[in-house]
Write a protein that binds this ligand. Sequence first.
Ligand SMILES: Cc1ncc(COP(=O)(O)O)c(C=O)c1O
Length: 431
Amino acid sequence: MNWYDEANYIRKQAMKNNEFFANSLPMIASENVLSPMCREMLVTDFHGRYAEGTPGHRYYEGCRFFDNVEEKAMELAKKLFNCSYADVRPTAGTTANIGVLKALIKPGETATVLDLANGAHISFGKWGGAGVRGINLISYPFNDEEMNIDVDGAVKLIKKEKPKLALNGRSVFLFPSPIKEIAEAAHDVGAYMVYDAAHVLGLIAGGQFQDPLHEGADVMNGSTHKTLPGPQGGMVLSDHKGDTDEDKSFLRKLSFGIFPGVTSSYHLHHVAAKAIAYAEHLEFGEAYAKQTIKNAQAFGQSLCEQGFNVFGEKLGFTKSHQILLAIGPGKGKEASKKLEDAGIVTNMNTIPGDKDPMNPSGLRLGTPELTRIGMKEKEMEDVAEFYARALLKNDDTKKIKADVKEFRKDFQELHYCFKEGFRGYDFHKLI
Ligand SMILES: Cc1ncc(COP(=O)(O)O)c(C=O)c1O
C-alpha cells in the first residue's frame, strides 16, 4: 500500500469538492462559506494548542496571545448581540446546547420543547442531547397553518407541567417564535427559557430577526457557521448581569456547563476565526442579513409563480433565510437527488403531517450562501426557473447542470467580508 497515495486521495476529494461547490448553487439553509480572513486563522499555530479554562486562568502555559484572542472574541460577541455574557468556547451548536442542558437541568427533570416533526433540532430531542442528559421532554402544541408554536397551548402547557426549562430551537425556522409569552410563562413557574438560535444567529446579530435575549430568553445558543458565516463552532449568550448572588451562580453554572462540562481543548483556531467573523458581522451583518431575507422572500414568490407549493404564502413565505417546499408525499429525497444532478444542493425535509423522517415530503431551501456570493432578488427568479426545469418540466439534468455552471460564473466572489490584503484570493482553492 502506498500511504502517500492514500493521503493524496483525500486531497483530491477536497479539490473535487471545491470545484463541485464553485460550479453549483449551494442552498442548504445551515451552510455558508468562510471569509478569507477567517480561513487564514484555521491554519495558524492556534490549531495545535490547548487553553482549558478562561483567559488568565489556564491549566496550560503558552496562552498569552490566545488569552488576548478569547478576550477580544467575547468582547466582540457581546457587542454584536448587545448582551452582557458570551461564551465563545463551544465547538458546535450541539455542544453549546448540551452544555447548557448540563448547566441548567438535571436528569429526570422536565423541559418543554418543540417536536422534531415540527422543525426542532435533534440536540433538543430524546435521540440527541436532551436524551444524553436524560431529560423528560414534553412537546408544545403546534399550529400547522402558521408553521409556529401554538402560543396559548404552549403557555397552558408550561403552567401545567412546571418544567425546569422552556426550550425553543428550530431547524426549520420560517417565522419568529412567541418568545415573550413562553418566557413569561416559564419565569412564572420558576423556569429558565433557552432559545437555540443556531440557524438565525446572523439574522439576529444583523438586527433583522426577533431579538430573543431582549424579548425574555435567559440564554441564547447558536452555531457560528450558518447565517453568522464564521468557522464551524458554537456560542452561548445571555443578558443576565450576574448582579445578585443567584444570578452570579446562574452564570457560573452556564460557564461550568461548557468547560469542563462538554469541552477540553476548544479548538483555538476556530475561536480566533469566530472573533474575526464577529468583527465582519459588526461591519457587514445588517446588510447581509437584510439581503439574505429579501432573497428568501423573492425566491419563495418566484417558486410560487413557477407553480410550486410553497409554505407560508399568506404570511409572505418567510421572515428568515429559509423556504419550505411541499414536493409530494414521500418525494423529498427523490427531488433533492434530482436537484443535485442539476447542480443545485438542497436537503429533503419533513413537512407538517410527515411521519417518516427518511421519506419526507418536502425540501428545505436557504439563501445564505447565494447571498454571500452576491446574488440578489433578480437572480432568485433565475434560480427558481432552474428548479422548475428540474422538478416540474423534467428537463435533462445534465443540460440544467451546464446552465447552472454558466450562470454561476458571474458569482465567484465573496461579499460581506474583509478583503483587504486578500486580493486575488480564491476561496475555492485548498489554501
Ligand atoms: C436548531 C439547531 N440547533 C443546533 C444545531 C446543531 O448545530 P451544529 O451543527 O453547530 O452542532 C442545528 C444544526 O443545524 C440546528 O438546526
